[in-house]
Design a binder for this molecule. Structure first.
Ligand SMILES: Nc1ncnc2c1ncn2[C@@H]1O[C@H](COP(=O)(O)OP(=O)(O)OP(=O)(O)O)[C@@H](O)[C@H]1O
Ligand SMILES: [Mg+2]
Length: 151
């Protein structure tokens, strides 16, 4: 793959970061958000505790949002207002079916506005727009996480 190949949203085909702390994972989210325009969808993958919600916290902060992202335990989607537009945070971990997710968030998923970010996106992959950015977090030992961003 050419180093300068460009995927969707004008980002490089793939970038890889090593985060050594929760704060560094937040910072990686913040850096990515600054490169994203309204209408983008980010699909987050990674096992339990991989740092997905910390990354979302960074995305919200990167758009200037004041509120700290937490897991939307009792609702499927949570909206964080920011000066650049809303960040919609979906967490599909407890979703029972694709239909349930669709009912709760079809407006955002079908015609994204603001920034749409989906934890456990791989549970119902058919729901996401084809032009979306995949971010995969994996445990890399000693509190480190590998973060791979793939348009
Ligand atoms: N480098 C790191 N990046 C992110 N989190 C880290 C890191 N090192 C340790 N942690 C810890 O791992 C946990 C990650 O929690 P977080 O809620 O962000 O993960 P998650 O992937 O959203 O989990 P879940 O699958 O339950 O939604 C936190 O307790 C955090 O302090
Ligand atoms: Mg989470």
């Amino acid at each position: 793959m050419a180093a300068d190949a460009v995927g969707c949203y004008g980002l490089p085909e793939m970038t890889r970061h090593l985060s050594c702390s929760p704060d560094e994972t937040v910072a990686a989210g913040r850096d990515l958000a600054r490169r994203l325009d309204p209408g983008a969808t980010v699909a987050l993958e990674g096992e339990l505790g991989a740092g997905k919600t910390h990354f979302v916290r960074g995305l919200v902060a990167g758009w200037g949002g004041a509120e700290d992202a937490t897991s939307p335990t009792f609702s499927l989607v949570h909206e964080y207002p920011t000066p650049r537009g809303p960040v919609f945070h979906l967490d599909l971990y407890r979703a029972a079916s694709a239909d349930e997710v669709w009912s709760a968030a079809h407006d955002e998923l079908e015609a994204p506005h603001g920034l749409v970010v989906v934890e456990w996106a791989d549970r119902f992959p058919g729901l996401l727009p084809s032009a979306c950015l995949k971010v995969r977090l994996t445990h890399a030992g000693d509190g480190r996480r590998e973060i791979v961003i793939e348009p």
